[in-house]
Write a new protein. Structure first.
Length: 79
């Protein structure tokens, strides 16, 4: 089973990939999670409890729309 750090990294990398494809427009966090096989509860936990608090992701709209931050981009590109 994956650790939380591995799941966070996997989510952030997928968000980065999708953000680049979509011109960095807001993305539904649940769609990102779905592509990774995460249920809504796990997606919400990873985004709200870790990625937002660490400043890697920003919530930009109701219903779970998020964007990757400059810090998040740097985290992925320097991994």
């Amino acid at each position: 089973m994956s650790t939380k750090d591995e799941l966070k990294s996997e989510f952030l990398h997928k968000l980065y990939e999708l953000s680049r494809e979509k011109g960095y427009e807001p993305i539904d966090m649940y769609e990102v999670g779905k592509e990774l096989g995460f249920d809504k509860g796990l997606t919400k936990e990873i985004v709200l409890e870790y990625l937002v608090k660490e400043g890697l992701v920003q919530i930009v709209g109701l219903g779970g729309f998020i964007t990757i931050t400059k810090k998040g981009i740097n985290e992925v590109e320097n991994a």
